[in-house]
Ligand binder design. Structure first.
Ligand SMILES: Cc1ncc(COP(=O)(O)O)c(C=O)c1O
Length: 408
């Protein structure tokens, strides 16, 4: 059994209530299980990785709306690790989920919950990936999807997905924070189910990233998990899930949760660095990593706690560092990710060079979305294809080769 609980005033709500924040104090809600009832051991968790493998710690009872999400690969970062002097550096590639980002973990649970609650339509505001994922899972479930996007600031692949999977796409003349404020009002006033990460059920799905990481390493807990941070749902979710596993005796500690933000959009990193109790909202967030272009992260309170309680940290990286890390991952490791995802690896490089990450640490970077999500940024930052006549000689010349014998 489980209920919803306000993290601020402790008010409790039944699992069937459609509610996103505490109606008494406005605080964020958590899904809280009756942990004494959950019998779960390492023995019960044998078999391949997937979101629904961890059903005992997920808050739905009906058949899930699923596209076989989760089970994403973990890669050893041999070249990057060598370059920064870190043997145990890994990347978990969440771009290998059905819609190409980690959001699918939240949506398989969130959309299933929407059906369980009898909701007839779903909506979200999005920097792109949430909308793509919700469109996919709404289509799978057969319910209408509405998405609000900040006009001109969403990567092309993500808009294409939302459109093709049949969502009603509204582009607003404002930023993500405006879109989220508006969609919250829209949902509450019109009985539409809100599936942004303020919805605690969505975060339950996302916590399975952490489960899969410790499961993959044979329940050996990495020293640190590094994530890009936007609305701060993911870092919060992974911390919650791993804290639950610790409570159940499946693991013995929780990794240092480490959040990376783009320099122009960094309210959480700034609060961590200054020791402030709460964030100062960034009115005009800006970064090439549009997925994390968020000035007023809705899960800030939870994220600050996750970082501090785990002994982690937060850091900023420049757009140049993000794009350089994206290129390094692509060309030196064969791992294709979108800019926001590369922020975690840019953060790894920076924190290692600063000496914050020690050389014998075991570190996992979560790379959150696939390279093809944002083709425009790639095209802007790579050499253009070389156009030549359709002859072997022209190709050889373009490749700087000596003309072959046959052409004499
Ligand atoms: C690719 C990618 N990385 C990171 C994030 C940030 O995740 P969160 O909002 O949970 O901090 C997002 C959010 O949209 C994203 O799409």
């Amino acid at each position: 059994m489980y209920h919803l609980e306000c993290i601020k005033c402790g008010a409790k709500y039944g699992p069937d209530k459609v509610i996103y924040t505490c109606s008494k104090c406005g605080g964020l809600l958590d899904v809280v299980y009756d942990y004494s009832e959950i019998r779960l051991s390492r023995e019960d968790l044998k078999g391949p990785l997937s979101v629904w493998k961890y059903k005992a710690l997920l808050p739905v009872s009906r058949e899930p709306v699923t596209l076989k999400e989760g089970g994403t690969p973990i890669y050893h970062l041999r070249s990057i690790g060598k370059e920064v002097g870190l043997r145990e550096a890994y990347a978990k590639h969440e771009g290998m989920n059905p819609s190409g980002s980690f959001k699918d973990r939240g949506m398989t649970v969130g959309v299933t919950k929407a059906l369980e609650l009898g909701m007839k339509s779903v909506a979200c505001a999005s920097t792109g990936n949430t909308s793509a994922s919700l469109a996919v899972y709404g289509a799978r479930a057969g319910i209408p999807v509405i998405v609000l996007l900040p006009s001109g600031k969403v990567a092309l692949g993500k808009v294409a997905q939302a459109l093709m999977h049949g969502a009603k796409v509204i582009s607003i003349k404002g930023n993500f924070d405006d879109a989220l404020r508006l969609v919250r009002e829209l949902c509450v006033e019109n009985g539409i189910y809100l599936l942004n990460s303020i919805n605690p059920y969505r975060l339950e799905g996302q916590k399975t990233i952490g489960f899969e990481i410790v499961d993959y390493f044979g329940w050996e807990v990495p020293d640190r998990i590094i994530l890009p941070v936007g609305n701060a749902g993911n870092i919060t979710a992974i911390f919650k899930g791993l804290s639950e596993m610790k409570r159940l005796g499946i693991i013995d500690r929780v990794p240092k949760m480490t959040g990376i933000q783009a320099e122009g959009s960094a309210p959480i990193a700034k609060a961590i660095k200054s020791g402030a109790a709460s964030i100062a909202v960034e009115e005009h967030p800006e970064t090439v990593a549009t997925a994390i272009r968020i000035g007023d992260p809705v899960n800030a309170v939870k994220a600050l706690n996750a970082i501090r309680a785990s002994g982690g940290t937060a850091e900023t990286v420049t757009d140049e560092e993000i794009l350089a890390a994206q290129k390094m991952l692509a060309t030196k490791e064969g791992i294709g990710v979108e800019p926001a995802s590369a922020a975690s690896v840019a953060g790894l490089i920076k924190l290692r060079r600063m000496g914050v990450i020690e050389k014998d640490e075991h570190v996992v970077c979560v790379v959150t979305g696939h390279l093809l999500k944002d083709p425009e940024t790639v095209i802007k930052n790579c050499d253009k294809p070389i156009e030549v006549e359709a002859t072997k000689e022209a190709i050889e010349k373009a490749l700087g080769m000596k003309p072959s014998i046959a052409s004499y």
